[in-house]
Design a protein around this ligand. Structure first.
Ligand code: NAP
Length: 324
């Protein structure tokens, strides 16, 4: 009999990649979204035919019991969340509900419905916030700087408590930034990829950004959803940092993206001097040695390859809209 997986936040960047990854391995995949029709707009026609989409707002406590009882998943991946980025400080109480308390509701439903269900929580580098050391490991002191990071940290604690007290197979994937052509447009990587494609096609002529010297540990979504899956296939549940361990600046991202379409970013990218902040003493960069040693996971997509993929996807998207 095929495995069943339930993915919350199926319409998001990671949800779609994880669904494709699991379907390719023969899983039956149930995805949840607040609005099924809106979610379907994000899917390819191939995916629509293969996925079962259920409507679920994570605020609704009772619904998770119904979903688990009805679909009997063997694995649950909790990807639904208020996003990070500029929204990390908005609606702090709602963030606490969805990114924090809702995780407890899912864990409690698993405990009461079927203790054999394996659970993966999408945690975040934002639990380290104002980091006290670099690179961060699973043992680094968590010091969140935003409601988003604080709620994710609470969720991690509950994942650990349900593992230790009730013996559930629960894992937190402490994810550093990961990107893809499906990244939403408010994120800087997608802004750059989109602008490089758009300027190349003559649709715009300038890109305004904050600090070009800001640094990130950027990975590729495909690698990160594979890491989450590998956590649930292991013999023991645990928490893992998922990161590349490499830092790149926004400037490097621009250089590569514009070079990819034969342009020089310095002719088009304008830096907003007001947005420039001093670099943090301990930048957020992850050490994924535990995932490498225990799970045998390592990232396969190089930074330059990732940037190129994102620009190519936006060239295709914008090129197609020009033809219409
Ligand atoms: P995303 O594209 O923003 O997707 C998040 C999904 O959460 C959305 O599709 C949204 O779906 C759903 N959601 C939001 N509020 C909800 C609610 N009240 N009830 C039900 N669903 C709700 O995020 P992503 O990049 O795929 O990230 C996936 C997970 O990884 C998130 O938990 C995120 O915090 C974590 N993470 C991501 C990164 C990264 O770099 N991408 C880094 C660290 C951690 P609907 O609007 O359709 O309901």
């Amino acid at each position: 009999m095929c495995q069943t997986a339930l993915i919350t936040g199926i319409s998001g960047q990671d949800g779609i990649y994880l669904a494709e990854f699991l379907l390719a391995r023969g899983y039956r995949v149930i995805g949840t979204a607040r609005h099924a029709d809106c979610a379907r707009l994000q899917f390819s026609s191939a995916l629509i035919g293969q996925l079962i989409v259920e409507e679920w707002d994570l605020l609704d406590q009772a619904k998770i019991f119904n979903l688990l009882a009805c679909h009997r998943p063997g694995e649950v991946y909790n990807l639904a969340a208020y996003s990070s980025g500029t929204g990390m400080y908005d609606n702090p109480a709602d963030i606490g509900e969805i990114n924090g308390l809702a995780v407890t509701r899912i864990l409690e439903a698993i405990r009461q419905t079927d203790k054999n269900i394996r659970f993966c929580q999408a945690s975040s580098r934002e639990i380290f916030g104002e980091a006290i050391e670099s690179p961060q490991t699973e043992n680094t002191f968590a010091n969140p700087r935003s409601p988003y990071g604080a709620a994710k940290l609470y969720a991690d604690a509950m994942v650990r408590i349900y593992r230790q007290r009730y013996g559930l197979f629960t894992c937190s994937a402490i994810l550093f930034n990961h990107e893809s052509p499906r990244r939403r447009q408010e994120f800087v990587t997608r802004k750059i990829a989109h602008a490089a494609a758009s300027i190349k096609l003559g649709l715009s002529d300038e890109l305004r950004l904050g600090s070009l010297d800001a640094q990130r540990d950027w990975g590729s979504v495909g690698d990160y959803v594979r890491a989450m899956w590998m956590m649930l296939q292991h013999t023991q549940p645990d928490d893992y940092i998922v990161a590349t361990g490499e830092m790149h600046t926004v400037r490097e991202f621009c250089e590569i993206a514009f070079r990819h379409v034969g342009l020089d970013y310095r002719d088009y990218v304008r830096e907003d001097k007001d947005a420039i902040r001093p670099n943090e003493p301990f930048p957020l960069v992850g050490c994924a040695d535990k995932a490498k040693n225990v799970l045998g996971w390592s990232p396969q997509i190089e930074f330059e390859q990732l940037v190129g993929m994102m620009v190519d996807a936006d060239l295709t998207l914008l090129g197609a809209s020009l033809k219409q």
